[in-house]
Structures are given as C-alpha cells and as structure tokens.
Write a protein that binds this ligand. Structure first.
Ligand SMILES: Nc1ncnc2c1ncn2[C@@H]1O[C@H](COP(=O)(O)OP(=O)(O)OP(=O)(O)O)[C@@H](O)[C@H]1O
Ligand SMILES: *[C@@H]1O[C@H](CO)[C@@H](O)[C@H](O)[C@H]1NC(C)=O
Ligand SMILES: *[C@@H]1O[C@H](CO)[C@@H](O)[C@H](O)[C@H]1NC(C)=O
Ligand SMILES: *[C@@H]1O[C@H](CO)[C@@H](O)[C@H](O)[C@H]1NC(C)=O
Ligand SMILES: *[C@@H]1O[C@H](CO)[C@@H](O)[C@H](O)[C@H]1NC(C)=O
Ligand SMILES: *[C@@H]1O[C@H](CO)[C@@H](O)[C@H](O)[C@H]1NC(C)=O
Length: 680
C-alpha cells in the first residue's frame, strides 16, 4: 500500500499517465498505448483514451503498429531463435452483428514496411505474389473473421499459426479449454464486441508454438488452443520487429488492441494488469440499428444504381461489339477468349513505350497489369501484331485458340486476344517475369543487361522442361501441334526459372494420322531443318531438329550461327561436331559454366543428344519421347555411329541450295543473323 502510494506520487509528480509502459530490450508491457511511441502506419492510430485502433471503420484499409525498436531474437547472428512469449488483449467491433472483416494478426517480421501488402483477406501482411514466400521471414498469429478458401481457412472464426503467409500451419475454431475436473471446450466469437486475451508462447527447446485464447478476466487456460511444432530458427531473422497488422475489406469493422506485453528468452511476457486497460468503445443496440440503416440504405440504393448502370453498359457494349468490332463466323467458338480493347489499353497505360518488353518478328510486346478482382491484379504480356505482318488474321486466331486450350507447365499460357476494326490484333499472354532465355544466355557479352549467367542445373532444368512441353505438343495433346519456331528467344522463364515455350504464331495443327499438307516454310534461320529446303512439309521431326540446335545453344552459350575469332560465320552444329570428332566436347561447353559445378557428364549427354537431334537425315533423329527418355537417363543415349562421321558432308549433299540460302541471308543481315523471319 505504502509502495503504491509512493509510486503514484512519483508518477503524479512528473505528470506521466497512470498507465505505465515499461520497455527494456527483452521485455515490455503496455497497458495503454498513449505514450508507447509505436511505429504506426495506414489507418492505425492511438485514441485519446490510449486504445490502439488498427482500423477505423472505413473500407479497404490496412493498419500496422510495431514496437518502435527491433528485438534481438538470436543471441548471435548465427544463433538459434530464442524462446519468447507475448500476450495481448484485443477487441473487434463490427457494424453488423454477424459479419466482420477481416481480422487481426500478431506479427514478427524483419521490417515494418508493409506498403506492398494488400488489404482485405491479405490482412495487410502479404500480397498475391509473396504469400508463403520463404524470403518474407514472417511469423504470425491470425485472428481471422472471414473464411477464405484460397488460404484453406477452416471457418470464419478461427485462430491460426502462420509462417510467411496466410495458409495456416495449424488453426482452430476460436475458444478455450476449461480446466479442472470437468474439462470441456467453450467456443468464443471473435466479433462478439467483447475484449479477449491471447497468449503466444514459443519454446525454442521443443520448437513448440502455443496460442491460447480466453475471455478478458479469465486466467490463462492450461491447455493451448492451437499448438504447432515449427523451428522458428528457419523463419525469424536475428533482429525483428513485433507488432500487429489488420485490414478491412467491404464491411465496416474496427480492430483494437487494448494492452500488450512481450518477453524474450528467460524473461517471460509480464502479466497485463487488466484493471488499467482502456475500455472498448460501446456500440449500443440502438446505435447499431441506426448504423445498420445508415449503411444498408446507401448500399442498397448504390447497388440498384450499379445494377442498372451495368446493364446499360453491357447492352451498349454488346451492341458495339456486333456493330463495330469484327466478328466472323469462325470466330464464334473463340468468344470467351476475347478481351475488350479498352481493358488492354488501360492495362498497358495506352501502350506506353516504358512498358515495351521487346520487339519480335510479328510485332511489339508490352507488359500490362489487369485488375483480376477488387484486391488483386494479374500481370500480362500483350503482343500487338502490326498491320504489315506477313501472317493472316486467321492464322493468328489459330494460335490463340490452340495455345488457349493447351495447358502444360512448360507452355506460356495464352489468355486471349482482341481484334480491332482495322485488322489490328492483340494477343494476351501470361507475363513471364524472367523474360526470354536468350537474354540470360547472351546477356553477359552482348549489349546492355548484366544478368547473372544461368548455372548448369538451371539450364538442364530448362532443357528438360522444354522437352516435356514439346512432347506434349507432338504426342500428348488431342492434335499434333508442330511448333516450327523453337529457339532460345521463344523460351520464356517464369518466376521459378522454369522454361516455358511461347509464341505459337507459326504453329499449324494437324489431325493425328493425317498427312501434313505442304505449307510455306516458316521458322528462323539457324534452326531450320535441311529437308525444309527441299520440301516445305512440316513434321514433328523438323521441330526436333530445331530443338537439337536449341540444346547446343543452351549448353555452349553460343548462337546457332556465330562469328569465330577470324570473323567467319560458323554453324554451331558444325563447330560442336568438330569438338566431338576431336573428343573435346567438354571444351564446347559454355565458358561461363566452367568453375561452376557443371555436371560434365550431363553437359556431354546434352551435346551428343543435340547432335543426333540435328541429324541432317530426318529419320535418324529421335522423337521427343525418346529425347525425354535420354534426358531422364532411363535409356542410355546410343553413341553416334561412325557412319555419322560423314554427318555434314551428307548434309551438304542434301541441302546445298538451302545452305547457300543461309549464307546469303547471313551476309545481308549479319547483325541479327537469327532474327525471326518468315519466307517463302
Ligand atoms: N509472355 C511474355 N512475358 C514476358 N516477356 C515476353 C513475353 N512474350 C514476349 N516477351 C518479350 O518480348 C520479346 C519479343 O517477343 P516475341 O515473341 O514477339 O519475339 P521473338 O522472341 O523474337 O520471337 P518471334 O520473332 O518468333 O516472334 C521477347 O524477346 C521477350 O523478351
Ligand atoms: C480512417 O482512416 C483513413 C486512412 O487513415 C481515412 O482516410 C479515413 O477518413 C478514416 N475514416 C474515419 C471514419 O475516420
Ligand atoms: C557465422 O557464420 C558465418 C558464415 O556462415 C561465419 O563466417 C561466422 O564466423 C559465424 N560467426 C560466428 C560468431 O559463429
Ligand atoms: C463450437 O463451434 C464449432 C464450430 O463452429 C461447432 O461445431 C460446435 O458445435 C460448437 N460448440 C458448442 C458447444 O457450441
Ligand atoms: C532449430 O534449427 C536450428 C538450426 O536451424 C538448430 O540449431 C536447432 O537445434 C533447431 N532446434 C530444434 C529444437 O530442433
Ligand atoms: C504447449 O501446449 C501443450 C499442450 O497444451 C503443452 O503440453 C505445452 O507445455 C505447452 N508449451 C508451452 C511452451 O506453453
């Protein structure tokens, strides 16, 4: 009593608030946030009464609050993450009795910058791209009030333990275990407008994470609500911030923290003195009712207006589509793949040059962002095909349809297309964040980019991926699809550096078994099979020829036709074959791979496979299925036979006209010897 009096007097003397916040390196407790000095952002504020208000009732908000200084979670930078414990009291006030959005998360993170995170179901913690990403180094406990299938939520009232994202490691319906003889479990409703207390305990010795929940005033239950085993040494950085994140979506909800304590290592989280906590604002039933009206009425009338508006827009758009946009009979079946021009225009900010990804044989490619739904976006690549293209519209639509229906992890998805009145065509592809393979192979010694060279494991992975995509096209789909333009610049890399085959602009479809008709020779110089010089019949094995060139290109890091040190044009195939003759295949491997733990055995296998794929005699080439077997080592690659020593001589006999064509076109366009071309 005496001590308390002194304490009171002392505090009174310096004018500090009665609610003291103590903070040392390892331990702190806030029973009011008035003078806590938390790092706040978004909608987060501290109310005059000392409540931490994370969201204020406006829609689509994020709010964050962090302890101002980062805490040391490891004794030394290489040490393990220490045990820690946290406790906090929270309250969620929704304008509706049984609906609220979206919840509160307790967070341990390397940064306080969550500007890239999204509101609503992402809880201000992550976004579409980085959800679950190991590089987030986030440990979190979610108090989630809406069920989201994408995060495999169990229901709309749960507590979950999260590592790096919103798919919980473990979660449970909100509630608590009663102690004593009878035991049992009592449900709690997170959005009941009642304050509740949460305890988070991490026991480093057992890698055990416990989360316990109880109504305010009830002592910590002996049994935890959620208990998970996870070694946080692989998650939390040596120093990290602790705090809260919250977000609203389409419901008026307010998220509050009333008090909070934390302890690291041997110092456990101090008890929160609940008698000192600020009170949650009360929403009386009358207020709640008038609030409901206040909100429901405008929403209802807005909805009516919106519905009318949408109907009018749809009607006008449909009319316009039939009157202004070209739509021919053969196009009917492709209807769902059409994009409105307006959407593509705004997705690329009017085809601004800063969004230009590259220029190919058929037109320019732009990067764009399409709104996917209210909270997320989708990255796309829009190929704008110029008017003077040699390709007919119908052929392009064929590309759209074939690619749109083809589904394989090693093919670039074609999402749709857009045709404009003037015959202009736009193709919409999935955006590949790592661009085309040629830029990675040649980035080092050709102009500009300073991309790190791909290592052998990545190259081999890409090779196997493209082989599998091509096998799918040749043999596994309902029709035989001949790609006709396999080359490094048509191989795009996704976010995980998987190779994906793109650009089916030249593909033709053949029914299985049907005799391939003669068509124009298409493709790219350096990749064209010799038989195409004599007949223009396409065959899956002409793709295998280009694939062989591609294999050599990726392993040697050289273009299919390159200049040697004397300035002579050299065919890559000839050059590798010469190395093979001299039994120095290892010397043909890209110099950038030396020193890398390049698997010489695999690289030699790929080079030999490249040579047999590039065999001038069409029937001597393996099929893509055989190629897959060789690449996966299921079947040993037959050694090139001695009769193959006459490989190129044979080739010369078969395609002298073709080779001279290559020579002449190389000298006229030697700057871009392999630029895509379509010729007759
Ligand atoms: N889906 C995509 N995602 C990201 N970048 C892309 C995508 N599609 C194309 N690009 C970029 O745009 C550039 C041009 O592509 P495009 O396919 O038109 O030309 P290309 O690679 O020279 O092939 P071709 O001349 O046969 O059309 C590519 O090199 C690539 O960097
Ligand atoms: C809530 O916070 C946001 C962002 O800080 C602000 O724009 C909005 O006006 C606030 N709404 C209310 C009801 O205070
Ligand atoms: C921590 O690890 C790094 C490399 O992993 C090492 O260089 C350093 O000496 C280690 N430090 C301590 C204190 O063990
Ligand atoms: C508690 O909630 C769960 C899930 O909603 C439900 O299945 C269970 O019946 C509830 N228990 C009680 C005692 O209300
Ligand atoms: C957790 O992982 C670290 C290394 O990452 C290890 O040193 C430690 O022993 C692990 N803890 C447990 C309990 O297994
Ligand atoms: C976690 O919960 C389990 C089960 O309730 C309990 O056995 C264990 O002692 C708890 N550990 C901690 C660190 O609270």
């Amino acid at each position: 009593m005496f001590m308390k009096l002194i304490c009171f007097l002392l505090l009174g003397a310096v004018g500090a608030p009665e609610h003291v916040s103590a903070s040392t390196d390892d331990q702190f407790v806030y029973s009011s946030f008035a003078s806590a000095g938390l790092a706040l952002d978004g909608a987060a504020t501290v109310t005059p009464s000392g409540l931490l208000e994370l969201t204020n009732g406006s829609l689509q908000l994020k709010g964050h609050a962090f302890h101002p200084t980062p805490l040391r979670f490891r004794e030394s930078p290489n040490g393990t993450v220490r045990s820690f414990s946290a406790s906090f009291v929270f309250g969620i006030l929704s304008a509706y009795p049984d609906m609220s959005a979206h919840g509160i998360v307790f967070v341990v993170a390397p940064t306080t910058d969550f500007s890239a995170a999204l509101a609503s179901q992402y809880l201000g913690l992550v976004n579409v791209q980085n959800n679950g990403d190991e590089s987030n180094h986030i440990f979190a406990v979610e108090l989630d009030t809406l069920q989201q299938d994408e995060f495999r939520d169990i229901n709309d009232n749960h507590v979950g333990v999260d590592i790096n994202g919103l798919i919980s490691l473990e979660s449970s319906n909100a509630g608590y275990y009663l102690g004593g003889e009878k035991g049992g479990f009592e449900n709690l409703t997170l959005i009941s407008h009642e304050a509740m207390q949460v305890w988070v305990d991490y026991d480093a010795g057992n890698s055990r994470i416990n989360v316990t929940l109880a109504p305010l005033g009830v002592a910590k239950p002996a049994e935890a609500l959620v208990s998970a085993t996870y070694n946080l040494s692989s998650v939390i950085t040596s120093t990290a911030y602790v705090g809260f994140s919250s977000a609203t979506g389409s419901f008026d909800s307010r998220h509050y923290v009333l008090g909070w304590s934390f302890g690291m290592g041997s110092s456990t989280a101090p008890a929160i003195d609940i008698s000192k906590l600020p009170k949650l604002p009360r929403v009386t039933p009358a207020e709640a009712r008038s609030k409901v009206l206040e909100i429901v009425l405008p929403i209802a009338s807005a909805a009516v207006v919106l519905a009318l508006g949408t109907a009018v827009v749809l009607f006008v758009r449909r009319r316009r589509r039939y009157t202004e946009e070209v739509r021919e009979d053969w196009e009917m079946e492709f209807g769902p793949h059409r994009f409105p021009y307006k959407d593509l225009h705004s997705a690329t900010q009017g085809f601004k040059s800063k969004h230009l990804l590259g220029v190919g044989g058929f037109g320019r490619v732009y990067r764009g962002v399409l709104p996917a739904d209210c909270a997320s976006t989708m990255d796309i690549a829009v190929k704008r095909v110029s008017h003077d293209s040699n390709q007919g519209v119908k052929e392009f639509i064929a590309e759209v349809v074939s690619l749109g229906r083809l589904q394989h992890p090693n093919l670039v998805r074609l999402l749709g297309y857009c045709r404009r009145r003037k015959g202009e065509l736009l193709l919409v592809y999935e955006y590949m964040p790592n661009g085309s393979l040629d830029k990675h192979l040649y980035g080092g010694h050709e102009a500009g980019s300073k991309k790190a060279a791909l290592n052998w494991a990545q190259r081999f992975q890409i090779i196997k991926g493209i082989a599998s995509g091509l096998l799918y096209l040749h043999e596994e789909w309902e029709k035989v699809v001949i790609h006709r333009d396999i080359k490094a610049s048509n191989v795009l890399l996704d976010d995980k550096m998987n190779g994906r085959l793109g650009d089916f602009g030249l593909a033709r479809l053949y029914d299985h078994g049907a005799d391939p008709q003669s068509t124009r020779v298409v493709g790219t110089i350096g990749y064209l099979a010799p038989e195409l010089g004599r007949t223009s019949k396409a065959n899956p094995l002409t793709d295998v020829f280009s694939f062989g060139t591609f294999l050599l290109e990726v392993t040697c890091g050289r273009r299919p036709i390159f200049q040697d040190e004397h300035g002579n044009q050299v065919m890559l195939v000839d050059w590798v074959l010469e190395h093979w003759h001299r039994e120095s295949l290892a010397d043909a491997v890209d110099v950038k791979l030396r020193g890398d733990d390049c698997n010489v055995r695999e690289a030699r296998l790929v080079l030999q496979l490249g040579l047999s794929c590039s065999h001038p005699l069409i029937n001597a080439r393996p099929t893509m299925r055989q190629v897959m077997h060789y690449l996966s080592n299921q079947v040993p690659l037959p050694e090139l036979r001695s009769t193959d020593l006459s490989f190129r001589t044979l080739a010369m006999m078969h395609n002298d006209g073709f080779d001279s064509y290559i020579q002449s076109s190389c000298s006229t366009s030697s700057k871009h010897p392999h630029t895509s071309s379509v010729y007759k």
